[in-house]
Design a protein around this ligand. Structure first.
Ligand SMILES: Nc1ncnc2c1ncn2[C@@H]1O[C@H](COP(=O)(O)OP(=O)(O)OP(=O)(O)O)[C@@H](O)[C@H]1O
Ligand SMILES: CC(C)(CO)[C@@H](O)C(=O)[O-]
Ligand code: BAL
Length: 317
């Protein structure tokens, strides 16, 4: 277990990463992996702390995955600050052992290119959708899809998103070969998708979900928060406030999901947010429920200006 502040080893090459993992494993040590897209905040650091509790060594990956962005999304403006991330990791008690920072996980060092447009992915308007990987013609053709879980919630407005997440997480699992992997519950659907993929494809990895970290005013920490103006940030508080209100209404006996959703949609819209979805779903199956009888999660995605935020609240009745 890491105990002192230390400078992590930075590995950019996947073969070197694999070599490092094999050497660690041959010494009988366990590996915890925290996959991130960088621009680290306390939410990420809490996942690292969870890894310290369980694993002998911790690897943080920092990689903004083009496979989960469609060309119309915010890949080019996704915030990054690799140097700042390293400073945060070094200031963290226990630090991390390795930062895996690959340049391009879809570069196979071949000259083969292909226009492998995946014709299966159709967006809500009936248009064909590709990710930034296919747009670059990188020749990558293999995608992991968790078919039911990827459809609802974020999958509706981001049709290539979960296919890209499942694929890059599978790649990271194959390269890093961790015993444990840590994901935040802020990205609830993502967590369930990774857990299902891990089960279905027999990865020998224990996938652990970690609680949502919030700012002192309740806003869920997110790298994209940096793009909010102060006014937009204030408006965005309507998300967490309405979720907390819904939770207490449910605890007082409200079970009707339509009424709960309507009131949250109204509060966020009145604050100036544009709702993408507000759904109450079963915690395990992610299927929408009409009446609350078992553990649910209330999931929200909404736009404030150009920033799309997500948040959710588990409600255990
Ligand atoms: N507030 C948070 N609390 C706990 N975990 C979090 C939080 N925010 C992100 N994570 C987790 O950190 C991991 C890496 O997420 P990522 O790097 O995409 O950061 P992010 O803040 O979610 O970015 P964004 O929301 O802008 O996409 C994911 O497992 C994610 O769920
Ligand atoms: C899991 C992940 C690192 C895959 O790119 C990303 O979706 C994220 O940061 O949540
Ligand atoms: N944390 C989710 C990564 C994304 O929005 O692409």
């Amino acid at each position: 277990m890491a105990t002192t502040n230390k400078e992590p080893e930075i590995i950019t090459d996947k073969n070197q990463m694999r070599k490092w993992s094999r050497a660690i494993r041959s010494q009988g040590m366990t590996i915890g992996l925290v996959p991130t897209m960088g621009y680290l905040h306390e939410g990420h650091l809490s996942l690292i702390n969870e890894s310290h509790k369980r694993a002998n060594v911790t690897v943080v990956s920092i990689y903004v995955n083009p496979g989960q962005f469609s060309p119309s999304e915010d890949l080019s403006t996704y915030p990054s600050d690799f140097h700042g991330d390293l400073l945060k990791l070094m200031a963290l008690p226990g630090g991390v052992d390795v930062v895996f920072h690959p340049r391009d996980l879809y570069d196979y060092k071949t000259t083969t290119t292909s226009s492998n447009v995946n014709k299966d992915i159709i967006d809500e308007k009936g248009g064909r959708v590709v990710s930034c990987v296919e747009e670059r013609g990188a020749g990558h053709e293999t995608w992991v899809r968790v078919e039911k879980f990827e459809k609802g919630l974020c999958g509706k407005s981001r049709p290539v998103f979960f296919r890209g997440v499942a694929t890059v997480v599978a790649k990271l699992f194959n390269i890093v070969d961790p015993d444990f992997a840590f994901f935040g519950k802020k990205d609830y659907q993502q967590l369930r998708i990774v857990q299902r993929m891990t089960r279905d494809l027999d990865f020998a990895v224990e996938v652990i979900g970690s609680e949502i970290k919030r700012d002192s005013d309740g806003l869920a920490l997110s790298s994209r928060n940096v793009h909010l103006s102060p006014e937009e940030r204030e408006k965005a508080l309507s998300i967490n406030r309405s979720l907390f209100r819904a939770k207490s209404t449910i605890e007082k006996g409200q079970v009707n999901c339509k009424e709960l959703r309507d009131s949250v949609i109204q509060a966020i819209s009145e604050a100036g947010g544009k709702i993408d979805y507000a759904e109450i779903v079963d915690q395990e199956s992610l299927e929408a429920v009409e009446e609350i009888k078992s553990p649910v999660v209330f999931c929200i995605a909404a736009w404030f200006g150009k920033v799309r935020l997500i948040d959710n609240m588990e409600i255990n009745v």
